[in-house]
Structure formats: C-alpha cells, structure tokens
Design a protein around this ligand. Structure first.
Ligand code: ZN
Length: 383
C-alpha cells in the first residue's frame, strides 16, 4: 500500500467525531470455575486479608497471611471454617495477592451458584492491562506495538464489560484464557509495559456508531485478506472486514509452516467409528484459504463430516486453519502447508511488529488493522 493510500486511512481513522464512551473501569475476570465439588485454592498476602460478606454487608480483618479457600457440596470453607453464605469477597490489607506462582492486584470473590464455584478477580482495567499485555505481547517489542496492543486489549475488555453488565445475573465480564485474553497476573516483566499503557490510557476504538468494537487480534494473519474469510458477520463488524492483505508479517516465524501427520491421528474425531482405519481426508477452503469443511474417509468407504475447528484441537501443531492439505494415501499421511497463527481477524501482532519496525505509529497500525474506526476516550461510570 502506498503512503498516499495511508493518508486516506489515517483520514478515515480520525474522521468520526471524538465522542467519549461511558463505561465502568473495573473488570471482573473469571480466574477459575469448578463444578466437580472439589474446588480448592490458596491466596497469600503478607499483610493479611479483609473478608467481606455481601449478603450481611459486614466485613472483618483476619491476620492470616494465607487463606485456603475450599468449596465442598456447595458450601464455602475458609481455612477450614464453613461460611454461612455462599458468597465472599477477599481483599488484601496491603499490596497484592499471590495465587499459585502468580501475583494479582484488586479484590477476589468466591461465589457458589447452582453448585458451581467461581473465583473472580476484580480490578481496574488499566491494572488488568498490565497483566494481559505481559502475556499477549512481549515487553521487549517496539513501544509502538505495545501502544497499539494496549488500545486493542483495552477495547476488547471494555467491549466485554459493556456486554456483561447489561445482564444483571452475570458474575464476571471476561475469562482469563486464550478464549478471551490471557490473564495470569503480573511479574517483574509487567513493569516494562506500564509506559505504553499509560501513553494510551483510557483510549478505545469505536465504530461509526460510537460503539466500542470487538477488537479481535491474532498472532499472525499470514498475509490474509480478512474480508474473504467466510462465516464472519461482517455486517455487524465492518471494522473486521479488512479488504487488503497484510504484508508486514510475511517474513516472521509464523508466516509459513508445514506439518505432516499420520491419517490415524484423526481417529478420535470419529466418535463411535473411531475403531475404523482412516484412509483419506479432504477439505473445503474459503476464498481467504481457511479450511471450512473437513471430511474423513474410513475403511468402510464412508466419508464423515467433521467440524473444521476440531483440527486445531486434535493437532495443536496446526497454527491456523489457513492451510492447504495434501494427502498421501499410499503412505497414510497428510501434510498441512499453512500460513499464519490464529483466526486472521483484526490486528495481526507480528504484522504490527513489522509496521513498527518500518516506522509506523500506533495510530497508523490500528487504522490499518481496524478499518473505519476512530479513537475515543472512556468516561468513567461508577461501579
Ligand atoms: Zn499479518
């Protein structure tokens, strides 16, 4: 894309009027949920804890530096003492809280609903970003990448918060795994991400209706054109319908990859037919190159249709469904030649890295990957 076209993109980016977005600025992150009845975790804080019972509206401070939280048969136990209620909030008297190998800011809530236990961490969005960027990005990357990612991750979480708070029964806003954004607390590396987050503090991406977008991102788009990916509701998310290819990630480690596997690896996908020998495999791909249909042939001559997403679950080496497939029935193997890592939509992290190296700013990076969007400040609502 020429620099001239870039001017057009940047113009579009700032074309919309800069209206603020009203939002709560705390986020409730689901750390763990359990329905087996054997829930048990230990929280540690050197200054002890304050326990708050939301049903009785009462609180007390306990000197213990370590709290063992358990749920058995739907009842909560704290250091072996059974609580009257099935809901408790826990706050360190000072500093942060350790959970396993990780250190967390904010307060915790353990709640049991319908025999299922939920451990939730509630904290300020900007503090939350310190952890998310630690795991979703890399502290040593150029600062423009981390500024762009800070805005993308903030936008993504605020989109989730706004959706969750519309449902009064929702206990949490966002998960802590790769299904949403990886959130595993903070460590010494997190401090290196404070500045890019502060540089973009309170800024989110909005669409032409001034709505906070669902700012998807992936590790590497493999040079794809997302507008050609099938099955995406682009009418609801025009900002994901990038109609031009990303060329900034093509020389990076995830751009091209190849995996060869035995056909037998697909047997578990056949359910009750998994005892049969797999003899062939064929796929259907969309215009962008992503596998959308997967069929497996068994020794009895029957073709079985399998969900394409099952491929990645079954073979984690497959980094993206954007891949060509070659089957050797004689050798009983299949080769996947793929491009990129992830779903290919929204910001391409390796592409953002490439753009930053070439001198583009974080605003230009966001404008490239989220067309027809604008930046807007967040206006704080009381929690
Ligand atoms: Zn890319």
């Amino acid at each position: 894309m020429s620099k001239l076209s870039w001017l057009g993109l940047v113009f579009l980016f700032f074309f919309y009027p800069l209206q603020s977005v009203k939002c709560h600025v705390d986020v409730r992150v689901l750390l763990l949920d359990d329905f087996t009845g054997t829930f048990s975790v230990v929280l540690e804080s050197d200054g002890g804890f304050r326990l708050f019972d939301p049903e009785l509206d009462s609180s007390k401070t306990v000197p213990e530096k370590s709290l063992k939280l358990q749920v058995q048969k739907g009842r909560i136990f704290v250091n072996g003492r059974r609580l009257r209620n099935r809901d408790i909030q826990i706050e360190p008297v000072a500093g942060d809280t350790r959970l396993g190998e990780n250190c967390y800011q904010g307060i915790f809530r353990l709640v049991v609903r319908k025999e299922r236990a939920y451990l939730i961490n509630r904290l300020d969005v900007e503090a939350y970003l310190k952890s998310v960027l630690r795991w979703e990005s890399w502290p040593g990357w150029p600062v423009e990448v981390n500024r762009a990612l800070a805005v993308a991750c903030r936008t993504y979480v605020i989109n989730k918060v706004l959706k969750a708070r519309r449902r009064t029964e929702s206990l949490w806003d966002i998960g802590s795994t790769q299904a949403h954004q990886v959130y595993k607390g903070i460590d010494a590396q997190s401090e290196r991400l404070v500045q890019p987050i502060a540089d973009t503090a309170g800024v989110v991406l909005v669409d032409s209706q001034n709505k906070v977008i669902e700012a998807l991102y992936c590790a590497c788009c493999g040079g794809c054109t997302p507008a050609w990916i099938s099955g995406v509701h682009f009418n609801k998310a025009r900002y994901l319908k990038r109609q031009y290819a990303c060329k900034f990630c093509l020389k990076t480690i995830d751009a091209l990859w190849q995996v060869t596997k035995s056909l037998a690896i697909f047997k578990p996908l056949l359910g009750r037919k998994k005892h049969l020998t797999v003899t062939d495999l064929r796929v259907g791909r969309d215009k962008a190159g992503f596998i959308r249909r997967l069929q497996i042939k068994t020794a009895d001559g029957v073709w079985h249709t399998i969900k394409a997403a099952s491929l990645i679950k079954q073979i984690p080496d497959i980094r993206s469904l954007n891949c060509a497939v070659t089957v050797s029935t004689a050798r009983g193997v299949v080769t996947f030649k793929g491009r990129g890592r992830g779903h290919g939509l929204g910001l391409c992290q390796w592409g953002a890295f490439g753009m930053a190296v070439e001198g583009y700013s974080w605003e230009e990076i966001l404008a490239f990957y989220y067309p027809k969007t604008a930046l807007a400040p967040v206006e704080v609502l009381p929690s």
